[in-house]
Unconditional design. Structure first.
Length: 559
């Protein structure tokens, strides 16, 4: 007996036996629904036999048979009616469990987001992407033709998506490109650290999406529900199907606030803030200005996260503000890091440790935030140190800056494009998908082992653009990405440690050391971050002007 729980209320399984029924009842199930027609297999018990065993065990049984490969609307309605008639939790079964999972997916599509349905069924071991298109189209039978077709479809209009669209247009002006993104506003997210430090106004980090989509590129303002890479199709919410010759996937990642108990309820109040949200970064600065004594906690979740230095950037800028006001001696700064090091590239750690000492901050490694009680201003961390049993530590605070746990978006994690960890599976040099030759990915959502930063996307977009244009011309990949990422660590107002590195932590400075030594705090790096990078982002990167981002030629190994 192989029980696969989809939700607390329903579990599905392959064919059960009469002997299994008593154990099913002992597991706490109150009903069984059979979705396999009698006589389908020579060795299957009849529903009548299963029903008799269920009655003897004190649970209910219902018969909703469905032919293999043919789930009709009336079958879904019958399944829903059966669910309404019985007590839960319910076990539904068929030959493999797939039909039962499919029925549940169609039934739940009326009230539950598709990405959530796909995530739940995938977690139970069932791939429902084959039914996603039908669900997305309101239960109608799908066709092989789409509502629109483009030479290149880009999913996501963040830093990577818009930069790529612009880079492609600069190389091949007549290319028919569509960008899919439901957002009205595009944000310069690297600026939010500066907002939380009182340097930028939040409004300067936002522009309308329509003003940034490159001229001649179609903007499809919709969310993606699922992918059918075998049919070169992207399924959108709202019953539309977009077909493509080549696809690029770069929707960013998901900030999983809900993974920390109580966090969503207290964000923006009770002294709990985060520079990872546009509307909360100003609250960070408000709290910093108000604070004259007490404890300030800064958290960092397990990797991967975007801009891995951002949690400590908030700490340094806050500490600097308190230092300048003369109140730092009365403030207890605690950095709670789920990882085991201050920064992943050791060359930059000495400079950072000097500022940790300056601000008298306490480093607490292997501490992961699991819950927050806003009204009592108490945070609970799981301390999971090597060679020690996990323990829970409760810490009171007056202010807490939270970096949320982060994952790939649900519709990515449950798609055929994802690896086992849920990230888009690409070759780390060419950024081409490992299984689908006409699909590429860039930005935070793909699984190359680089830092997830806007600076990384700035280098990745021209690489992907060159390789797509080469592919259109019938040639092999011509460009490679070397893992470049940049993290300007704002250690104090007016100085930055400009961490630039590639795969394996190899240092990749953009400037000579006499101008900017990336391993030391410099005013030149601050000038770059505060004054130069925002216009470079808006007026160069997003317009396909590849300043310090020219693609590196692909190195071909000798054969």
């Amino acid at each position: 007996m192989e029980l696969k729980k989809i939700s607390p209320r329903i579990t599905v399984s392959p064919q059960i036996t009469i002997e299994d029924v008593e154990a099913i009842a002992a597991e706490g199930y109150r009903a069984i629904i059979c979705n396999r027609p009698d006589g389908e297999g020579a060795d299957q018990p009849s529903f009548e036999e299963i029903e008799a065993a269920a009655n003897a065990a004190g649970i209910t049984a219902r018969y909703v048979p469905v032919e293999r490969g043919l789930v009709r609307d009336e079958d879904v309605a019958a399944f829903g009616a059966a669910l309404d008639e019985v007590q839960r939790p319910v076990l539904a079964y068929c030959r493999t469990g797939t039909r039962s999972a499919t029925l549940w997916s169609f039934h739940e599509s009326r009230s539950r987001p598709m990405a959530e349905i796909l995530a739940a069924t995938k977690a139970a071991g069932y791939d429902m992407n084959g039914v996603a298109r039908r669900i997305a189209n309101g239960g109608k039978t799908p066709t092989d033709t789409g509502d629109a077709h483009f030479e290149v479809v880009i999913v996501g209009a963040g830093a990577g998506g818009i930069s790529l669209a612009a880079s492609l247009k600069s190389r091949k002006r007549g290319l028919n490109i569509a960008v899919i993104d439901p957002a009205d506003i595009h944000y310069y997210q690297p600026g939010w650290t500066m907002v939380g430090g009182g340097v930028f106004d939040a409004q300067t980090t936002a522009k309308t999406m329509g003003s940034l989509i490159p001229k001649g590129v179609h903007w499809i303002k919709s969310a993606v529900a699922a992918f059918e890479p075998e049919k070169n199709a992207v399924i959108l919410d709202g019953c539309r199907v977009v077909k493509y010759d080549r696809l690029v996937v770069c929707p960013g990642l998901k900030l999983d606030w809900g993974k920390v108990d109580g966090l969503e309820e207290t964000l923006g109040r009770n002294g709990v803030t985060s520079n990872y949200r546009y509307d909360l970064a100003p609250y960070t600065w408000e709290l910093v200005q108000q604070m004259i004594e007490g404890r300030a906690i800064f958290t960092q979740p397990p990797m991967p996260i975007k801009c891995a230095g951002a949690p400590q950037k908030a700490m340094y800028l806050s500490g600097d503000a308190w230092f300048r006001r003369g109140v730092l001696k009365d403030i207890d700064i605690q950095f709670m890091n789920a990882g085991g090091v201050l920064f992943g590239v050791k060359d930059f750690v000495p400079a950072l440790e000097a500022y940790v000492e300056k601000y008298d901050a306490t480093l607490n490694f292997f501490h992961n935030l699991v819950s927050v009680d806003g009204p009592t201003k108490t945070a609970v961390f799981e301390a999971n140190k090597p060679d020690a049993e996990p323990t829970q530590v409760s810490v009171e605070f007056d202010m807490m800056h939270v970096c949320p746990p982060q994952t790939a978006p649900d519709f990515i994690r449950v798609s055929p494009l994802a690896d086992a960890a849920g990230w888009v599976d690409v070759d780390q040099a060419t950024l081409r998908h490992k299984s689908y030759d006409n699909i590429w990915s860039l930005g935070d959502v793909m699984n190359a082992p680089n830092a997830k930063t806007a600076a990384a996307a700035r280098k990745q977009a021209p690489t992907v653009a060159d390789n797509i244009v080469a592919d259109i011309a019938g040639r092999s990949a011509v460009a490679q990405y070397d893992g470049y990422g940049s993290c300007p660590l704002t250690v104090e107002r007016g100085k930055i440690v400009l961490a630039e590195f590639g795969y394996g932590g190899v240092l990749q400075p953009s400037f000579p050391s006499f101008l900017i030594d990336g391993t030391k705090p410099t005013r030149a790096a601050w000038f770059l971050k505060e004054t130069l990078l925002p216009p470079i982002y808006w007026k160069a990167m997003l317009r396909g002007k590849e300043w310090l981002a020219k693609p590196e030629r692909l190195k071909v190994a000798a054969g």
